[in-house]
Design a binder for this molecule. Sequence first.
Ligand SMILES: Nc1ncnc2c1ncn2[C@@H]1O[C@H](COP(=O)(O)OP(=O)(O)OP(=O)(O)O)[C@@H](O)[C@H]1O
Ligand SMILES: [Mg+2]
Length: 512
Amino acid sequence: MSRRIDERTAAELLATFGPALGTRPTERRRPDGRNARLNQRAAPRRGFARPGHGWSPVAAPLQVYQAGTHEIGGLFPLLAASPLPAVGARMGYDVHSGGAFYLHPVEFVLRAICTNPNMILFGEPGRGKSSTVVAFLLRMMLTGVRTLISGDVKGEYTPLLHALGVTPIMLGRGSTARLNALDLGPLAARWDTWSTERQRDELDGVLGRWVQLLVALAEAQGYRPTVTDEAAVSAVLRQLLGVHDGYTNLKPITIPDVHKALADPDEQLWQELRFAGRRQFLDHLRSITDALANLISGPLAGLFDAATNFTVDWDAPIQSLDLSRLRTRGDQAIAVALTCLGSWSSLATDLQEDGELRIVVRDEIWRQLRLGLRAVQAVDSELRLSRAERKIQVLVSHKPGDFLSVGATGSQEVAIARDLLALCSIRVLLGQSTRVASELADVLALSEKEHEATTGWANDRQGRALWKIENRTGLKVQTVLSRIERQIFDTNSQLVSKPNPLPADAVSATSS
Ligand SMILES: Nc1ncnc2c1ncn2[C@@H]1O[C@H](COP(=O)(O)OP(=O)(O)OP(=O)(O)O)[C@@H](O)[C@H]1O
Ligand SMILES: [Mg+2]
């Protein structure tokens, strides 16, 4: 083994961890400068070159071994364990050191290991992305952290909720649950307790989110809204909410109300927006009005356009909005539903004010990103706010291409989507095919070894992933699921048995 000038000797290293080692004189010099030994050599330095006489290819007492540190980890006492602190969820083990691997994104930020608490998981289907998320949230529950599954497209988290005694909210076929995309949520209940200044602040925040949501939904119908559209939507929302009436009483509103105000504007509205007349207003805003009409009569009719008729127990350790029954309505409908849920859940959780940390899981995020620029912007602002709002945003996707194909090459949405990766400090890279792994290596600047780990090692077993925390060297981690976790989150079981029918309590418990 060659020794570089700046490396420390084994004795120096051991001295760092305890009393200094005793030293033994190894050689004496004769006055004439040549080496001398006090005792007589009993055998040549490499032993006798005869079988059974201890002959060694290198000079004793140093024996040279050649092996990777992961192979001799059990023998080499100075191998460093995972450099991350042992706080939060114990996920599994770091295969290099054999030590336990812990994850607590907020602690990582507080200890300057990374700059934001958001996580993103990439991996081919079936590699264990959702299972890794489940292991994380279940173990964080032990520290009192609650979770919101913001749209469970496949209904995979539902058995987990049942196991925890929580009834998920089901939307779609067979369920009477309705969620108003423009729900005031906890805002309505708190309104009267706030000062006028606070009311104004909160209202500005809510209106901003709703405008963003409505233009994103319009864009999902193939129309790109203009700034005038945004101004009109904002004015309509203010008028409908009764903002001009002295902030005394907030009126609940729905998407059909907004559509009606745009399709049949009163004089005050078009004058406020400086249109020459009603006709000009109608002509100018025809596209966004029609785009909103599609939400009321299209495949999502009756889901997000009526008053919310269930209450969410925010004290439950986990809440989920199960969208599996929407699958028959098409990909576009699911993407729109995810956008509505994203907006609603961020508003509702922001206003919880319980001071608690919350994990927000956005599984299958690629579906939402495909809706276009506004949907990408909505996810972007959620990720940027996570530190301020004490949230750990967890995004699950298959490949970075999902982010880079949200628009034309060089478009604004692609640029923002690419930046989303930078807003997720913790990247969990499960097994990938060679082509996708090259794309990942390129986007995340992986080293050759890290690249190889995602195409080779990580593909050999489910739950294996390279954990790349910002620019630190990736850690090879095996997530370990308990027997019970495997049972309640066995997504492969759908291959052998039919999905459960709608649980009897789902409709009744979620409807009020
Ligand atoms: N660490 C693990 N140990 C043992 N089994 C695992 C592990 N991780 C995942 N599995 C099993 O692998 C199967 C697929 O896992 P999972 O659904 O989490 O994959 P996924 O990557 O989310 O797939 P998809 O992209 O289709 O959503 C599940 O049945 C799960 O129980
Ligand atoms: Mg999954």
